[in-house]
Each structure stands twice: as C-alpha cells, then as structure tokens.
Design a protein around this ligand. Structure first.
Ligand code: MG
Length: 378
C-alpha cells in the first residue's frame, strides 16, 4: 500500500441540454454541465471527483496546471496534497485560486484513498454519525410561461408535489429575471405557503438578487410566512450585509455556495451566518468543506452543504454530512438534470423520507461508462 502512487489524472466534461429551460434570479439554465475527474493509482484503483462549472477550461486547469503537482505522490496523503494544490493555485493565478478545479481532484483523491483502504470516505473524515439523512427538495425554479399568475400556478403545483414527497422544500425568489420584483417574490412565497400548508418546511433562496434594503424588506415578509432560512439574500462580496441582516432579521440567514474557505472564517468571525453551505465541488473539495464544518461547529453554525451536481457530487456530500454533528439536511436537487439521474449505475433516491448514506469503500458511487460516453463533450 505504501508503494502505491498517483499515476494518471484525466478529466471528462459532460453536458446535457434541457428540453425546457428554468430560471433563478441570475439566469436561465438551458444546459447542465460537470467536469468529472478520474485519478488512477499505480495498482489500477480509480477514484472519481467532480468540478462545478462550465466544461470550457476546467479540464485544462485540472490536467495541465494542477495534476502535475500530485503525479507520483502517495494518494493517501489527501490533506497534504489539497494544501499543495491550493498553494499552486494561488501562486499561479495570484488574485484567485481555481477552487472548482481543485475540488474535483480532492474529491477523487478521497474516493481513491477510501477504496485503497477499503473504507467509506466518512470513516477517513472522522467517522460516520448517521446512516441516512433527511432531504429537502430544491427546485421550484421560474418557468418559461407568460404572466405572473401562470408563474405562481406552475411553481405552486411543483411545490405541493415536493412537499408531499419530502416535507421540506426550497423556493427561488428574484423574479426580476422575469420582469417582476420583490412584491411578486413575497406574493410567491405567500401563495406557496397557502398551497403546502403550515407543516411544510420552506427555505427561500434569493441567489443574491437583492441589495441590503430590499433584502431586509423581503426578509421581514419571510418571517411572517415562517420561513426556515433566507439563503444568499445579498451578493457574496457583501459580508457586512450578511452580518447586518442576521442582526436585524429573525429569519435565519444561510449562504456559502459562492464563498471561499477563508471567507467562511470571516463570516463566522462576523456572526454573519446561521447555516453555512459549502459545496464540495466548488469550495475546493471535501478537505476544505470538512474544515469549514468543523469551524462552523466551533462557532455555533450549522453546516448544510450546497449540492447541485451529479451522483459524484451527491455521494461526496453524503460522506461529509455523515460526519457532521447536529441534525443536518441533504440538499436534494429535483430540477431537471439528466446527468444526475443517468451517470450513476444507481442514482440516489429518497425512501421513507430519507436518503441512505453509502457505506461502501470510497464515495460508494459507481459510474455508468456508457452513460459517460453519451454525455461526454471533450
Ligand atoms: Mg442557493
């Protein structure tokens, strides 16, 4: 085992155009994408990871900029290699570190290490605290329909179905994308609350649609509807805004999918978050996400990872949430994504109100090679 080395790194960009686009405050989504990372060790064992973002450029950063710094290394030294990749990224780009590209490598290294040691990744991250987890349904995006009434109706219909299936749903606000404004956002949340009833947990996600003043007004209305958290109310750069909203609003504040590891430290220091949402495919992988979760625990902040990718992203997120204290959720994306449903031999499903956490070696995710070939674009 000590003689096994990292021998080969390869990326596979995948894309799936959607039959019908859906919208959130920043844009319409017409295609789902991911870049998968495949690391092969000298004994033939393979680990898989996933990078968030466009296929364009991501594979080149992984294969040509980062991978040369881990080839020939011991694949069990995952945290040391993550720290090296972070330092390489900073030295190469100076103003940014290419965290989504590092994410795919880090996740693949954990998967590989787990397989080499015949252990689920959660055992290597400190130990599994639960075998299954409650999901909440992400979806309820804006539809390409005419008129606000049709929009309310379509979103309410989806929300009712997901509320029945999961008991917890996340709505999108930021209808300015469709030519409306915060008044319609508030009305949307009211209509959905009326449709699903008081028993359903409702989270609301603005994807930084607002300035502070508007976020304060919308947040006040969300409190009246008993909303569980208000996610990304203002732009990620406005960390003072997060802190100020958290101080003045009763609705809990969530965020983190757009933040870096060091920004989480600042948000914790500023008392700016109730729920921290690192995404393992964005923030740099499982290594920084686990550190963010640990420091969140130390600062009294619950960690509920952001999850929006393929089965690799879901599998990695499950290994993380298996290890965190408290009573975490799994973000369970229900929006259209053929990659999520088709790339894994066994896609993740909810049954009896829970999603099971794999206890097989590594991430516990087996990819379907023929589906990979179908969606591969590079
Ligand atoms: Mg979000």
């Amino acid at each position: 085992m000590q003689d096994v080395t990292i021998e080969h790194v390869e990326t596979i960009g995948v894309e799936a155009p959607l039959d019908e686009p859906f919208g959130y405050s920043q844009s319409w989504v017409e295609t789902r994408t991911a870049t998968l990372v495949r690391i092969e060790a000298s004994d033939g064992t393979v680990g898989w990871g996933e990078c968030w973002g466009p296929v364009a450029g991501t594979g080149e950063v992984v294969e040509e900029v980062l991978a040369p710094h881990i080839l020939g290394e011991n694949p069990l030294h995952v945290e040391r290699l993550y720290d090296r990749l972070y330092d390489v990224g900073r030295a190469t780009y100076q103003t940014i570190v290419p965290l989504p590209a590092i994410s795919g490598l880090d996740i693949a290294l954990w998967d590989l290490a787990g397989k080499l040691l015949d252990q689920p990744v959660s055992a290597l991250l400190g130990g599994q605290r639960r075998e299954r987890i409650r999901p909440y349904a992400t979806g309820h995006y804006f539809k390409p329909v005419e008129g606000i009434e049709a929009q309310y109706e379509a979103i309410c219909e989806e929300a009712v179905a997901n509320a029945e299936a999961f008991g917890a749903i996340k709505l999108k606000v930021g209808l300015e994308l469709c030519g409306y404004g915060p008044d319609e956002d508030i009305e949307l949340v009211r209509r959905v609350r009326d449709a699903v009833g008081d028993e359903t947990t409702i989270m609301v996600d603005a994807n930084y649609a607002y300035d502070r003043k508007t976020a304060r007004r919308v947040g006040g209305a969300l409190e009246a509807e008993g909303v569980y958290w208000f996610e990304e109310p203002v732009p990620p750069e406005d960390m003072d805004g997060y802190a100020s909203l958290r101080e003045t609003l009763d609705v809990p504040i969530a965020g983190g999918e757009c933040h870096t590891p060091s920004e989480f430290d600042r948000l914790y220091a500023m008392d700016a978050l109730d729920f921290a949402q690192p995404d393992v495919c964005i923030v740099g992988g499982l290594t920084p996400a686990r550190r963010i979760a640990t420091r969140g625990r130390d600062n009294g902040v619950a960690v509920v990872p952001h999850v929006w990718g393929t089965a690799v992203a879901i599998g990695a997120s499950l290994q993380l949430v298996a290890t965190v204290e408290g009573r975490p959720w799994l973000e369970f994306d229900r929006s259209a994504n053929p990659l999520r449903e088709e790339l894994a031999v066994s896609p993740f499903v909810a049954s009896d109100g829970h999603v099971s956490i794999p206890d097989r070696p590594g991430l516990g995710v087996e990819l379907d090679e023929s589906a990979l070939a179908t969606y591969r674009v590079d």
